[in-house]
Design a protein around this ligand. Structure first.
Ligand code: CAA
Length: 469
């Protein structure tokens, strides 16, 4: 069998934008530099009142199928990765499949559908599932659709509010892929952690500072585990290293950790020794805190070397460009980072065919996964077909009060009596009406034909009558 990997990608951003430095920071009585320099995120994408994880995911999937000239019969599997699901039983993929069936010929009755949960890493896990399904020969010639879709919204005044975002990434996983082929080798770092939770509640409970440390600890384990199967990794092995990006400042920390690991016991460490000394070795310290302090000092020094900044600017900075404009998309975030890197290569007319990526995925709770990808010959055409720049340009700029009310609308903190949207609604997939208990049945109403829509309404009526409402 030829390789398996990502054959196509579509990105759908929420239609609203909150400028963090200009709008959010002043309202929070904070310095804009906390966002532009510290967290590294300039604005967040938020969903308009008629958008949610289904509409964003379905719109991304629809454009992907249309652009690739695919029919529903070509898709054998749909997995949705999300942390924003609204149903503990019926998977979001069924709603998205219903939307697609409303606008394409045929149906998806033959397709295996599911929903993957492990915080932000579940998008990558869904790709892994699709990869295994195809490699096992169970796909009957069909491709898999993986859709990572999330509304990463936080409670008012939660520090996480600064890192919110909303959007969907749809990816086609197939043999002989156009964009990247996945490595067989993977490395994991996984442990029972409680730094970020959503136990049947609207907003996450987050121990933010600890979550940063847990991310780094699991990523370190995943890197070591990956090396145990793939051999040592070195900085020059990879053209780009896309990480899960809750905010770009987090990636700066992960990049430093990775680089320090990659240069240990190499000529690079030797060459840098005259400038900044050698890396502290734990065995040389009796006291753990003294060792940690020495590591912090070494990293501070390493950060300002030309060698590191050149590597960072070339390998990491392009991966966080898009995240800095859209915020955290949870499950979609690492896939946004990959697209951001490849868009950078396209903008600079660099042919990265045959080059390698080291992809660092992460999900709270917590698990990191590292694997390599090899860029394929069709990458440029696929990246050029993305319309994300136009979507970003077209976003409506929220003021602070609008940002707060939009978030409340999505989570019913305020009762929604009317739909006052910011951007013009575009068919096919928009929420047309909200009901507290049967929201989803109506949400896809614009996506389906009249007969089907009538059917949906009568199902809602029957359900409401049955529940005495
Ligand atoms: N100029 C320059 N830099 C500034 C600044 C200024 N005026 N003010 C602050 N900064 C810097 C700070 O020094 C800090 O940088 P360092 O971490 O490098 O020191 C950075 O800006 C953020 O400042 P604070 O730490 O003061 O920010 P905060 O208290 O508001 O919390 C946070 C930051 C903990 C990340 C919070 O936003 C949060 O809880 N986010 C949600 C959780 C999260 O994203 N965790 C990431 C790992 S978990 C994960 O990855 C899964 C996921 O998707 C959620």
């Amino acid at each position: 069998m030829t390789g398996v990997g990502i054959d196509a990608i579509e990105i759908r951003t929420g239609k609203l934008a909150l400028d963090l430095a200009e709008t959010f920071a002043p309202a929070m009585d904070e310095a804009p530099e906390k966002y532009t320099k510290g967290l590294g995120v300039r604005s967040s994408s938020l969903p308009d009142v008629y958008e949610d994880i289904v509409t964003m995911g379905a719109n991304a999937a629809r454009r992907l199928l249309e652009r690739k000239g695919l029919e529903l019969d070509d898709i054998g599997r749909i997995d949705v990765a999300t942390e924003s699901a609204f149903d503990n039983s019926k998977p979001v993929s069924t709603y998205i499949a219903g939307c697609l069936e409303g606008v394409f010929e045929g149906d998806l009755h033959h397709a295996n559908k599911g929903e993957r949960k492990f915080a932000c890493i579940s998008g990558t896990q869904s790709i892994d599932d699709a990869y295994n399904w195809i490699q096992a020969g169970r796909n009957r010639g069909r491709a898999a659709l993986v859709i990572a879709t999330d509304m990463a919204l936080y409670a008012r005044d939660d520090p996480g509010e600064a890192t919110q975002g909303a959007g969907a990434v749809a990816m086609l996983i197939d043999t002989d892929p156009a964009i990247v082929e996945l490595s067989k080798e993977q490395g994991y770092g996984s442990a029972d952690e409680t730094d970020f939770l959503k136990p049947n509640q609207q907003f996450p409970s987050v121990d933010g500072k600890r979550s940063v440390q847990v991310y780094l600890a699991r990523m370190r384990e995943a890197l070591t585990d990956y090396e145990s199967v793939a051999g040592d990794v070195r900085p020059e092995d990879f053209r780009y290293v896309p990480f899960h990006t809750p905010f770009p400042g987090m990636v700066k920390k992960a990049a430093m950790l990775t680089y320090r690991h990659m240069i240990r016991d190499t000529e690079i460490e030797d060459e840098l020794a005259s400038e900044i000394g050698r890396q502290p070795r734990e065995e040389a310290f009796e006291d753990e805190e003294a060792f940690r302090e020495a590591v912090r000092e070494y990293m501070d020094a390493l950060k300002s070397t030309d060698r590191y900044t050149e590597w960072y600017d070339r390998t990491i900075a392009p991966t966080i460009e898009l995240a800095g404009q859209v915020g955290n998309w949870y499950t979609g975030s690492v896939h946004v980072a990959r697209a951001s890197a490849l868009a950078h290569a396209a903008e600079n007319d660099e042919d990265v065919t045959g080059k390698h990526l080291l992809v660092g995925s992460y999900g709270s709770g917590a698990q990191a996964e590292g694997h390599a990808e090899t860029v394929q010959a069709g990458w440029r055409a696929e990246i050029d077909a993305l319309d994300i720049d136009d979507q970003l340009e077209a976003r409506y700029d929220l003021d602070f009060a609008e940002g707060t009310s939009t978030r409340d609308t999505h989570f019913f903190a305020a009762r929604v009596s009317s739909l006052a949207w910011f951007k013009r609604r575009e068919a096919p997939f928009v929420i047309t009406k909200r009901l507290r208990r049967f929201e989803r049945l109506l949400s896809v109403a614009l996506a389906v034909g009249t007969a089907r829509r009538k059917n949906l309404f009568s199902r809602v009526k029957r359900a409401r009558a049955g529940s005495g409402r």
